[in-house]
Design a protein around this ligand. Structure first.
Ligand code: HEM
Length: 421
C-alpha cells in the first residue's frame, strides 16, 4: 500500500475501512457506531487485509480464542522480516516480543518473568520520581502561558519513567520516543523505517545486556552499572527453571520500552485534550480531586489507545462471521469500550461513572502487565498538571493532530493558560 496521501478515500467502512485514515484517527466513535449496527465484524483489504470487530462481546470472545487467534502476529499490519544489514540473513521473520507475541504454554512462563517489576508495590516506588518529573517539565514552560500538552508534557513522562525503571539513560528519552514512533506510529505505514528502527533498538539492547553480563561475571565490578534494575533482574531470572538467554532478555526489554511509552503518552495526552475541551469536567476535578481515579478509568475507556493484532491459525466463527485461517484480526478494544450494550451513553465521559469494566488494557491472558504503572503515571501527570495549571484551553495557534492505527492519541496539542502556579 502506498503512502497515506496516495490512498483512495474510504467509501464504505464495512468493506474497505482504513485504520490510518485521518478521520479514523481523530474521531473513530461515529465510524464504530455505524459498523456496530450494520456490520459488527467489518473486513478490509487495506494494509494486508484484516477483520475489525466493534462489539464488546465479540472482542471479549475473540480474546479468549487462544491459540485459534494467535498472538504470534500482534501488530496491526503484516510483519516485515528483520535482516542483518551486512549479510542479509533473516534475524527475525516476525517481531518476537514475549509475552505479548507468545501463545500458551510459553506465554505464562514469559509473563511470570516480568510481573514482579509491575506489582502495585514495585510501581509505588517510582511515584516520587514521576511526580518530581511532572513538576520539572511544567517548570520548563509554565512562565510562557502556553505549551504543547502532547509534546512538552505527555510525551516526556513515559520514556523517562520506563528508563528509570529499566535502568537505562533517561537522557536518551528523545531517542526512545523516536524509536517507538519508528516502530508503532510512522513505521506502521513505512516498513523500511520499521526495520531500520528495529535494528537500532537491538543494537542498543545488545550493549545494555552485555554491560550487565560483564558486570555479573566480574562480581562487584564497575559501580556505574546499575545492579538492581529491571534488565539485571531479567538476566538473573529464569524461564521455568531455564536461564534467560540474551535474545529473550533483549526481546523483553524491547517490548517494555515500546509498550510503556506510546500507550501511556497517548492516554495522558487524550485526557489533557478532554479537559481542555470540557471545562466543566476540569472544574469538577479541581473541586473534587478525589474523583481523579474514576476519571482516569473513564479517560481510559473513552480514549482507549491500543488496538492489537491476532493471526487466525484456523477458521474461526464469531457472531455468525467466519474468519478464514491466515487472516489478521484487529482486537478493537477501543470500540468495545464504546459499545452502548455495555456502557450507557458510551461516547460521553462521565468522570464518576460507577460501573466501568472497560477493556482498555485488554482482556484474557494478555491483559496489560503494565497497567499499575500506566495508572500511576496518568494519575500523577494529571494531578500535577491540574495543580500547577488549573485553567487551560486549546490554543488557537495550531491544530490538534492525532495518530492512530495501533496506538491512538494526540501528537500535537497546543494549549494556553492564564493562571499558572
Ligand atoms: C495507558 C497505557 C496502556 C494501555 C492502554 C495498554 C494496553 C495494553 C493492551 C490492550 C494489552 C493487551 C495486548 C493483547 O491483548 O495482545 C497490553 C499488554 C501489555 N502491556 Fe500494556 N498498556 C499500557 C501501558 C503499559 C505500560 C506502561 C507497560 C509497561 C512498561 C505495558 C506493558 C504491557 C505488556 C508487557 C503487555 C503484554 C502482556 C502479555 O502478553 O501477557 N503496558 N497493554
Amino acid at each position: 500500500m502506498a503512502a497515506a496521501e496516495a490512498r483512495p478515500p474510504v467509501e464504505d467502512w464495512a468493506t474497505d475501512y482504513d485504520i490510518f485514515d485521518p478521520a479514523y484517527c481523530s474521531d473513530p466513535g461515529p465510524i464504530w457506531a455505524d459498523l456496530r449496527d450494520r456490520c459488527p465484524i467489518a473486513h478490509s483489504e487495506r494494509w494486508g487485509g484484516s477483520w475489525l470487530p466493534t462489539r464488546y462481546d465479540d472482542v471479549a470472545e475473540m480474546a479468549r480464542l487462544v491459540p485459534a487467534l494467535s498472538s504470534v502476529e500482534f501488530i496491526v499490519v503484516p510483519p516485515v522480516p528483520l535482516r542483518d544489514p551486512e549479510t542479509g540473513e533473516v534475524l527475525r521473520a516476525r517481531p518476537y516480543a514475549p509475552p505479548i507475541s507468545s501463545d500458551p504454554p510459553f506465554h505464562g512462563v514469559a509473563r511470570r518473568l516480568i510481573l514482579p517489576a509491575f506489582s502495585p508495590h514495585a510501581v509505588a516506588a517510582h511515584e516520587p520520581y514521576t511526580r518530581e518529573l511532572a513538576h520539572r517539565l511544567i517548570d520548563g514552560f509554565v512562565g510562557q502561558g502556553r505549551c504543547d500538552g502532547a509534546v512538552d508534557f505527555a510525551q516526556q513522562i513515559p520514556p523517562r519513567v520506563i528508563a528509570h525503571l529499566m535502568g537505562i539513560d533517561e537522557g536518551r528519552a528523545s531517542d526512545f520516543v523516536d524509536w517507538v514512533r519508528g516502530i508503532l506510529e510512522l513505521g506502521a505505514t513505512d516498513p523500511e523505517l520499521r526495520v531500520a528502527t528495529g535494528l537500532k533498538m537491538f543494537a542498543f539492547w545488545a550493549e545494555e545486556v552485555a554491560k550487565r553480563r560483564a558486570q555479573a561475571a566480574q562480581a562487584g565490578g564497575s559501580a556505574d552499572v546499575p545492579q538492581n534494575d529491571f534488565i539485571s533482574e531479567v538476566l538473573a531470572g529464569d524461564l521455568d527453571g531455564q536461564p534467560v538467554d540474551d535474545n529473550h532478555a533483549m526481546s523483553v526489554c524491547n517490548l517494555l520500552l515500546i509498550a510503556g511509552i506510546d500507550t501511556t503518552w497517548s492516554s495522558i495526552g487524550s485526557a489533557l485534550w478532554h479537559l481542555a475541551t470540557h471545562p466543566a469536567d476540569r472544574q469538577r476535578l479541581l473541586e473534587q480531586p478525589e474523583l481523579l481515579p474514576t476519571a482516569v478509568e473513564e479517560f481510559l475507556r473513552v480514549y482507549s489507545p491500543v488496538t492489537m493484532g491476532r493471526l487466525a491459525t484456523e477458521d474461526v466463527t464469531v457472531d455468525g462471521v467466519t474468519i478464514p485461517a491466515g487472516s489478521r484480526v484487529l482486537m478493537n478494544f477501543p470500540a468495545a469500550n464504546r459499545d452502548p450494550g455495555q456502557f450507557p451513553d458510551p461516547d460521553t465521559v462521565v468522570i464518576d461513572r460507577a460501573h466501568n469494566r472497560h477493556v482498555a488494557f485488554g482482556i484474557g491472558i494478555h491483559r496489560c502487565a503494565g497497567s499499575n504503572l500506566a495508572r500511576m503515571e496518568m494519575q500523577v501527570a494529571l494531578s500535577v498538571f491540574l495543580e500547577r495549571v488549573p485553567e487551560f484551553h486549546l490554543a488557537e495557534s495550531g491544530p490538534v493532530s492525532w495518530a492512530g492505527g495501533q496506538v491512538r492519541g494526540p501528537r500535537t496539542l497546543p494549549l494556553t493558560f492564564s493562571t499558572p502556579r
